[in-house]
Design a protein. Structure first.
Length: 288
């Protein structure tokens, strides 16, 4: 069975035409390479949301990537399924659940994931729509979202850049890499793993106090006040203040290393943004 690389797949779907604003019209196209028993199925959905409606994403079959989707309350979803010939179809199932818009793809009840089967998605999130995402082992990546985000993975990695809102992220053995600008005043943000490493990059205008805890090592460019906790897990805590004390950020892992790094930001030229933002190039360089 041939292996299908998803880097090219996602490069392709970012250029797909979306359904018109105000509609919710899934459209799929599939392609099969000669000699392969796996099809690539693409689905595009566009939906206009009520102002401020929260988004919930639960994808146990692969990765979820969030991007900023503009100012018009229009959500765009681009999904790519790797579909084995012998596997049952994963239904994308976007729906309204109470006051939330929910995307929760599922196989038919009682069906197991076939070898090689997965579903990955890119979601363009409009301004002011809070997002909650869950995966099993899939990556969660959020870049440039202008709303509060809550990211949970059982075992996958999490990456966050350029968020204008509060960030809460948690995984087990996966890693977390986050680059944060000025913290929303009064917010309490949290990054947590069980055993995975955490890298947090901030600038001097963060305006928050940080509470760190791990049984592994701290590595930082800021001054820390460390308290040892013999016999406990985590076995040490540390505190730091970056800028003014107007918000709090908790960074904790039982056994993963925690790195608190200083980054440089720039003042956005966007008149609707009062916060610092990153260019795509600068955001990518944070994890180098």
């Amino acid at each position: 069975m041939r292996t299908i690389l998803f880097g090219g797949v996602f490069a392709a779907i970012c250029g797909c035409a979306c359904a018109r604003a105000g509609t919710e019209t899934p459209a799929s196209a599939s392609a099969r390479d000669d000699g392969s028993d796996i099809r690539i199925v693409r689905q595009d959905v566009s939906s206009t949301l009520p102002a401020g409606q929260a988004l919930v994403v639960d994808n146990p079959y692969g990765d979820v990537r969030l991007r900023f989707g503009g100012y018009e309350n229009v959500l765009e979803l681009h999904a790519v399924t790797q579909q084995p010939a012998a596997g049952k179809t994963i239904a994308l199932q976007p729906s309204v659940d109470g006051d939330r818009y929910r995307i929760a793809p599922r196989l038919p009840e009682g069906t197991l994931v076939a070898p090689g089967q997965r579903l990955d998605m890119v979601i363009l999130v409009p301004l002011g729509h809070a997002v909650s995402v869950h995966t099993e082992r899939g990556l969660i990546e959020s870049r440039g979202v202008r709303a509060d985000i809550e990211l949970r993975s059982t075992a996958g990695d999490i990456a966050v850049r350029g968020t204008q809102g509060s960030v809460n992220a948690e995984t087990g053995p996966g890693s977390i890499e986050a680059s944060l600008g000025k913290a929303p005043a009064g917010s309490r943000q949290r990054l947590a793993t069980r055993t995975g490493n955490i890298i947090l990059a901030v600038d001097d205008g963060l305006d928050a106090h940080l509470e760190l805890a791990t049984s592994a090592a701290f590595a930082t460019e800021y001054s820390l006040q460390v308290t040892h906790l013999p016999g406990q897990e985590p076995n040490k805590q540390a505190r730091a203040l970056v800028g003014d004390d107007r918000a709090s950020i908790v960074v904790e892992s039982r056994r993963g290393e925690i790195r608190l790094l200083r980054r440089s930001g720039f003042v956005s030229t966007d008149p609707e943004s009062g916060q610092k933002e990153e260019t795509e190039e600068e955001a990518d360089s944070d994890s180098d």
